[in-house]
Ligand binder design. Structure first.
Ligand code: CUA
Length: 315
């Protein structure tokens, strides 16, 4: 290669290098502008935890909205496939809200539409951010990290109302929950909010991922020790490939210990009375909140539940 060719190559190298340096500088300027003028900031990790400790964690054992003082609220949220707990949140306008967020299983997103909030929910980390809603309305919550086959159903809503409407809105919601319980519709409501995105409204599940509950839940109930097994399955989850009527299912069943004893009992009662399960049951009596409570706090993993299932001769 002669000297002239070298010169040509060197010239192009200088051009490419200055081009990439300019691009990097451009990115830094954009970041600086969004930090200074657009209100962008990076969510902080306040502390760490492990997903299996969440049921006894001071923030996440009972996730939800807590009043901290006048005009100050705290929202603790657990993200898991494929639901946020809580998924329906009411807050008053102008309140300073501390959000604490974590994930129980895999990476999820927490994006609040019409705000600049777009935070990752990371297993083992607690993300923190603060926000004040200045406008009334419904703010949709979405998961924006692909987290599995029902990711697109992972949604929620934050309802922001005036301070005057706030206490009556909270009261309305409590009355609604009470009315559901009195009408025997609580289990159906809990199922719709938490279970339906995987097992579907008709209890048919999703082939390959989430098993059908139609017929199968009755089969589990009738197996030896089946009554406690089902309650433990909801409290501790299940991990491992299972087989139902010749089809493999490899979706993970999360643990639902953050739901109340009554919610879990009524959900099981709803499932066992739906889709023809009731006709297959022998000796069924309704689960009570006490039944669920008696099984809490055991040292059982999602894998233990899988082993237990296999030991029943169910694959
Ligand atoms: Cu959770 Cu996508």
């Amino acid at each position: 290669m002669d000297h002239k060719q070298h010169e040509v190559i060197a010239k192009w190298e200088r051009r490419w290098l200055s081009g990439s340096a300019l691009m990097s500088l451009g990115f830094v300027i954009f970041i600086a502008i969004s930090l200074a003028l657009e209100g962008t900031h990076i969510a902080q990790t306040t502390s760490r935890t492990t997903p299996d400790k969440l049921t006894s964690h001071e923030l996440f054992a009972q996730p939800g909205v807590t009043a901290l003082g006048p005009g100050r609220y705290q929202v603790a949220t657990v993200a898991q496939a494929f639901v946020f707990t809580p998924s329906e949140i009411i807050l008053p306008i102008g309140a300073q809200v501390d959000f604490y967020l974590t994930a129980r299983d895999v990476l999820h997103g927490y994006q609040i539409e019409d705000t600049n909030i777009n935070v990752e929910a990371i297993p083992g980390e607690i993300s923190y951010f603060q926000y004040t809603f200045d406008k009334a309305g419904d703010y949709r919550l979405t998961c924006n990290e692909y987290c599995g086959i029902s990711h697109q159903n992972m949604m929620g809503n934050i309802k922001v109302v005036s301070a005057a409407e706030f206490s009556s809105a909270v009261q309305d919601r409590q009355n609604e929950a009470l009315a559901l319980a009195q009408d025997g519709k609580l289990g159906e409501a809990v199922y719709a909010a938490n279970c339906q995105s995987c097992h579907q409204a008709n209890g048919q599940g999703l082939t390959g991922a989430f098993p059908p509950l139609e017929g199968h839940t009755a089969e589990l109930y009738n197996a030896e020790g089946g009554r406690d097994y089902l309650a433990n399955l909801l409290l501790y989850g299940l991990q491992g490939t299972i087989r139902v009527s010749g089809t493999n299912y490899n979706g993970v069943m999360p643990a639902w210990a953050q739901l109340s004893d009554e919610d879990l009992a009524e959900t099981l009662n709803y499932i066992l009375r739906s889709w023809g399960n009731d006709a297959l049951l022998s000796n069924f009596s309704d689960y009570t909140a006490q039944d669920i409570n008696a099984l809490r706090g055991q040292d059982i993993s999602a894998n233990d539940i899988y082993q237990l299932r296999q030991s029943k001769g169910l694959e």
